[in-house]
Design a protein. Structure first.
Length: 236
C-alpha cells in the first residue's frame, strides 16, 4: 500500500523501517522480511543499492531491457524520450560492437528519481548483475554489453581460424543445457577482474553474441569464448 503512494513502486529503506515500527517490528525483522520477499521475487533488493527497495519488479525489468532492446529494433523512436533523435553512430556502435556510453541513457525514455534511482544507480546495478562491463576508466565512460551483440554462431571452419595448435576447453552443463545468461555473465565477469589475469576486448575481431574474444597481457595472448548451444568452448 505504501509503494502505491510513490512513483514506479520504489520505496526507501528508511520508509520500510518506519512501516516496520508502526507494525511493532525491529530493524532486524524488517531486513529479514525484505530478504524473504526478495527470495520470492515479490520485492527486489540489492546490496549495491542498499537505500532502495523495488516493490514493483516490472519497472526495473522494463528499465534494464530498454537498453538491450535498442540494439534489436530498426526504428528506436518508441524507446526515445520525446523530442530526442538518437545519433546513428550511437545505435550503430551498440548494435555492432555492444558498446555504449552514459550519454545513451539521456536519449532513452527512462524515468529516474533523484536520490532514489538515478542513471548512476542504473549503471551500478547493471555492473552488479553482470550485464555490463566497463571498457574505459576515464570520462566519457563506456560500457560493453554482450547481450546487444549481433546474433551469429560460428561455423566449424570459422572456429579453426582462432586456434590451430590445440583443442578448445569444453565447459558442459547438466542435460547439455547452458543456463540462460551465463555466457554473457562469464564475459562480463572476466572483464571486471581487478587481479591477474585481466582481460580486455580484442579490438581487431568482430565480437558476436555467441563468440567473444578477449586479450590478456597477463597471459600474453588472447582467449576466445564461444557459446555452442549445448556447451561452451574456450580457445587460447
Amino acid at each position: 500500500e505504501e509503494s502505491l503512494k510513490v512513483a514506479h513502486g520504489m520505496v526507501t529503506l528508511d520508509t520500510c523501517e518506519q512501516i516496520g515500527i508502526k507494525l511493532g517490528m525491529g530493524k532486524q525483522e524488517v531486513y529479514q522480511c525484505i530478504e524473504y520477499l526478495n527470495s520470492l521475487s515479490l520485492f527486489l533488493y540489492f546490496s549495491v543499492l542498499p537505500h532502495v527497495v523495488f516493490t514493483n519488479p516490472q519497472y526495473l525489468l522494463d528499465t534494464v531491457t530498454s537498453l538491450i532492446r535498442m540494439s534489436f529494433i530498426d526504428y528506436p523512436e518508441e524507446l526515445l524520450a520525446k523530442g530526442f533523435i538518437l545519433p546513428p553512430d550511437m545505435q550503430r556502435k551498440l548494435r555492432r560492437e555492444g558498446i555504449f556510453s552514459e550519454e545513451l541513457l539521456h536519449y532513452l525514455s527512462l524515468e529516474f528519481i533523484p536520490d532514489l534511482f538515478t542513471k548512476d544507480h542504473l549503471i551500478q546495478l547493471l555492473q552488479y548483475l553482470f550485464i555490463i562491463a566497463p571498457v574505459s576508466e576515464t570520462a566519457p565512460f563506456r560500457y560493453f554489453i554482450p547481450s546487444a551483440l549481433p546474433t551469429h554462431y560460428l561455423s566449424e571452419e570459422e572456429k579453426k581460424e582462432f586456434s590451430q595448435s590445440c583443442e578448445p576447453l569444453l565447459l558442459c552443463f547438466k542435460h547439455k543445457v547452458i543456463p540462460q545468461g551465463i555466457f554473457a555473465a562469464l564475459i562480463v565477469a572476466l572483464m571486471k577482474r581487478s587481479t591477474s589475469p585481466r582481460f580486455t576486448l580484442h579490438e581487431s575481431i568482430q565480437q558476436l553474441r555467441y563468440s567473444v574474444h578477449l586479450d590478456s597481457d597477463d597471459l600474453d595472448g588472447s582467449v576466445g569464448l564461444m557459446d555452442c548451444q549445448n556447451w561452451l568452448e574456450i580457445y587460447y
